[in-house]
Design a protein around this ligand. Structure first.
Ligand code: CA
Length: 404
C-alpha cells in the first residue's frame, strides 16, 4: 500500500541526503533528527502511546538511510505499463498464485464468506505486495515512519501519525516493535499496510487475539478482504473487461469519467474479444486506455476503483485484476500494447505540463508526475484539437504542443 508523493525535499531533506551520501554533516543531522523525533510526543500521546513506550521506541533512534535515499529518488525514465505488467503478472507469479490459492482454499473460502470479497483478488494483492510473503521488507516501520516524519517532507503530519500509530501497535502487543518489518516506506507485513490503515482495517482471523499481518497469513488475508469490503467491494462482480473499440468510435466518450451501462457501451459498438457476452449488462462502467488509444481498451467497473483505494494507480489496479483472473484460469489480454511508443521521461512530462499550463490547460503544477489534473488537461487539449482525448502523454502529444 503506497501513499503517494513523499518526495518533497526541503532543506532538511537535502541535509539528510548529504549525510546519507557523503557521511558528512552527520552529527548536525543526527541532532536535528533527535530533536524532531522528540517533538513528535504530541502525536504519540494523541495515539494513546505511554510516555515510557515513546521513550523506549525513540531512544537512540536514527534515520533509516534507505528511506532517506529512496524517498528522494525519482527516476527520469518511466516504466511502460506493458513492462510493469510483465513483471507484476509474470508466469512465475501466476503459477505461485495458483499454488497459494489451492493451499489456502479453506481459509480463503471462509474469508470470502465473511467479508464478501472474491478470494482470488485477495491472493493477487498478496502476490503484488510481497510476492506471497516472500519479501516483506527488511526495514522497521517505526524507524521508517520516523525518518519520513523528520526528513522535511511536506507530508510530515501524515508520517508523524504513521510513526505514532506504529508505536501504538507494538504497545498493544500485536507484534514486538523490533519485529515490525516494513518496506522503506513503512508498509508492513504480508499485505503492506501503513500503520493507520492497519489500525483501521487489520483483522484477527486465526483467533489468537493479535492482528498479526506479519506472521499470520489468515490475518493478512482477512485484513486485505476487510479493507476491500470497507472500500465498497462488489462481491462476485469482476473489476472490468478488456474490450474492442470499433474504428469509427466517437472517442469523446472515452474521457475516463463518463459512466454508462455495459449495454449502452455495447450499443456504441464496443465488444469483448471473442464476442463474449456481458454477464450483467446493467453494470456501470467507464472506458480506459491505460497506454493511450493505440493500446488495449478496458471497461472498468466499480471494483477497479476499489482496488485503487489500495494503491491509487491504474497500472497497479489493472495488474491486480489481471493477476486475479489468471490465478483462476483466465488467459492473457487479447490486444497488443503499443510497444513502439515509449512513455515520456519526467523532464519531457514537465515540458508537457508547462506547455499545457501556458495554453490555459492547468495541470495544477509542473512536477513531472502524471496525476489526474495532468490527465484532464491533456484530454482538454486533445479535444480542442480534434484528437482522441485519451489523456495519454505520448511523444506525439509533446510534438503537437510544441507546434501549436
Ligand atoms: Ca491473529
Amino acid at each position: 500500500m503506497i501513499s503517494g508523493d513523499i518526495a518533497h525535499n526541503r532543506v532538511l531533506a537535502a541535509a539528510a541526503l548529504l549525510a546519507a551520501t557523503f557521511m558528512l554533516p552527520v552529527q548536525a543531522y543526527a541532532d536535528a533528527f533527535s530533536s524532531c523525533i522528540a517533538s513528535k510526543w504530541s502525536y504519540a500521546r494523541a495515539a494513546g502511546v505511554t510516555r515510557a513506550n515513546f521513550d523506549a521506541a525513540t531512544r537512540g533512534l536514527r534515520p533509516d538511510p534507505d528511506t532517506v535515499r529512496l524517498s528522494n529518488n525519482q527516476s527520469e525514465f518511466v516504466k511502460p505499463i506493458w513492462e510493469y505488467l510483465d513483471t507484476a503478472v509474470s508466469d512465475k507469479r501466476v503459477k505461485e498464485g495458483r499454488a497459494a490459492f489451492a493451499r489456502y482454499r479453506d481459509t480463503l473460502n471462509k474469508i470470502a464468506a465473511t467479508y464478501r470479497v472474491d478470494p482470488e483478488v485477495v491472493v493477487a494483492i498478496w502476490g503484488m505486495e510481497t510476492s506471497y510473503g516472500s519479501y516483506m521488507g527488511d526495514h522497521n516501520a517505526v524507524r521508517a515512519a520516523a525518518t519520513l516524519a523528520c526528513n522535511g517532507s511536506r507530508r510530515s503530519d501524515f508520517w508523524s501519525k504513521q510513526f505514532a500509530a506504529a508505536i501504538k501497535i507494538a504497545q498493544d502487543g500485536h507484534v514486538p516493535l523490533d519485529q515490525m518489518n516494513s518496506s522503506w516506506g513503512a508498509a508492513m507485513g504480508h499485505t503492506q499496510f501503513i500503520p493507520t490503515s492497519w489500525q483501521a482495517y487489520a483483522a484477527d482471523f486465526d483467533g489468537d487475539g493479535k492482528r498479526d499481518i506479519w506472521r499470520s497469513v489468515p490475518d493478512a488475508f482477512a485484513s486485505t478482504a476487510n479493507y476491500l469490503a470497507k472500500s465498497g467491494w462488489q462481491y462476485q462482480e469482476t473489476w472490468g473487461y478488456e474490450v474492442v473499440v470499433p474504428r469509427n468510435f466517437n472517442h469523446k466518450a472515452a474521457d475516463g469519467k463518463q459512466k454508462r451501462s455495459l449495454a449502452e457501451w455495447s450499443r456504441l459498438g464496443i465488444t469483448r474479444p471473442g464476442g463474449r457476452d456481458w454477464p450483467r449488462p446493467g453494470d456501470q462502467a467507464y472506458l480506459l486506455y491505460p497506454a493511450g488509444a493505440k493500446g488495449p481498451a478496458f471497461l472498468m467497473l466499480k471494483n477497479f476503483d476499489v482496488i485503487k483505494r489500495y494503491n491509487n494507480a491504474d497500472a497497479y489496479a489493472l495488474a491486480v485484476g489481471h493477476l486475479a483472473d489468471r490465478i483462476i484460469g483466465g488467459g492473457d489480454f487479447a490486444q497488443n500494447w503499443p510497444k513502439d511508443e515509449r512513455p515520456l521521461t519526467r523532464s519531457q512530462l514537465k515540458e508537457v505540463q508547462s506547455l499545457l499550463t501556458r495554453r490555459g490547460f492547468s495541470t495544477g503544477g509542473v512536477d513531472g508526475v502524471m496525476g489526474p489534473n495532468t490527465r484532464d488537461a491533456i484530454r482538454a487539449f486533445q479535444s480542442s484539437g480534434g484528437k482522441v482525448p485519451d489523456g495519454y502523454a505520448s511523444t506525439q502529444l509533446l510534438q503537437d504542443l510544441q507546434r501549436r
